[in-house]
Ligand binder design. Structure first.
Ligand code: NAD
Length: 295
């Protein structure tokens, strides 16, 4: 099955995702505000377009992968809004990580125009986007998810239906809040052990087989040199940036205010990553939160 897909937003994540759709045999019409990003997609086999409206004309599926809520609302609901250019019945996958409220607002406007929109934020980073192993966390109608599934499978490995519109964003935000807390807690525990005479590798091995074990101690240790091929052993280069973590923790804070939920640990983690960013480390991997514990 080959479909005509409009792909809008060809950044770190969008570009490799579009390439995987091309590899799966689809016709991809690509657009980004940055002309060089469109040219790079064209070199990878996409059709370059001069506007988002041009990309969506005749498309059976529209995918957007944009930085934040304001870009998504601006694109779909702005003047002129892209929803007015998309034919009724078209499936739209909004894959950016944005506020659940924004996702619900755009999905409601889409539904009013007869457009089938899913929020489908991803987990797995740029490596997962390139390898086609992303996790998609989807909010919206189950029947629309089934229609989207073959396309999602061309870009990812795990596909979850979180619930109604916006639910994908809620689940993604909860996961990343926990990730931010776990990384800061792991850095704190390792720093405490080292300050009291332990070898960070020995302590990490002990925690990894004890009740404090978590994703960081198993796969992504924040202490330099404990694990090979993780950002901490490469000067905290690559990986998932402090500023991206800060963005997601900001979304968690917004969601907590919206629902009057207490998230004291999420707020504390948000402040830790904000301190790191303010010190000029916003571009480093988020495991560099360990720097705050250096003596
Ligand atoms: P990015 O900044 O690299 O790419 C976003 C692209 O969108 C840019 O090329 C920008 O020019 C384009 N854009 C912005 N507004 C546009 C518009 N109106 N029309 C067309 N193009 C427009 O960001 P990214 O790293 O690719 O992340 C995209 C989304 O995925 C974000 O919401 C991010 O939080 C989320 N995410 C990122 C990662 C990661 O590791 N980078 C992991 C998971 C989720």
């Amino acid at each position: 099955m080959s479909s005509h897909i409009a792909f809008i937003g060809l950044g770190h994540m969008g570009a490799p995702m579009a390439v995987n759709l091309i590899k799966a045999g689809h016709r991809v019409k690509a657009f980004d505000l940055v002309p060089a990003a469109v040219q790079a997609a064209a070199q990878a086999g996409a059709e370059a377009t001069a506007s988002a409206a041009q990309a969506v004309h005749g498309a059976e599926l529209v995918i957007t992968m944009l930085p934040a809520s304001r870009h998504v609302e601006g694109l779909y609901l702005g003047e002129p809004g892209l929803l007015a250019e998309i034919a009724a019945g078209t499936l739209v996958l909004e894959c950016s990580t944005i506020a659940p409220e924004s996702a619900r607002k755009v999905a409601a406007a889409a539904a009013a125009a007869g457009i089938r929109m899913l929020d489908a934020p991803v987990s797995g980073g740029t490596g997962g986007a390139a390898a086609g192993t992303l996790t998609f966390i989807v909010g919206g109608a189950a029947a629309d998810l089934e229609a989207a599934r073959p396309y999602l499978q061309a870009m990812g490995r795990n596909i979850f239906h979180a619930g109604e519109p916006g639910a994908g964003q809620v689940a993604k935000i909860c996961n990343n809040m926990l990730l931010g807390i776990l990384m800061a807690g792991t850095a704190e525990a390792l720093a405490l052990g080292v300050a009291n005479g332990l070898d960070p590798k020995v302590l990490s091995d002990i925690i990894a087989k004890s009740s404090g074990r978590n994703w960081a101690t198993e796969l992504y240790n924040p202490w330099p040199g404990v694990m090979e091929n993780v950002p901490s052993s490469k000067g905290y280069a690559g990986g998932f940036g402090v500023d991206l973590m800060l963005k997601d923790l900001g979304l968690a804070a917004e969601a907590s205010m919206h629902s009057r939920s207490a998230t004291p640990l999420g707020e504390l983690a948000r402040n830790l990553y904000a301190m790191l960013s303010a010190r000029g480390h916003g571009g480093l991997d988020f495991s560099s939160v360990l720097k705050l514990y250096e003596r």
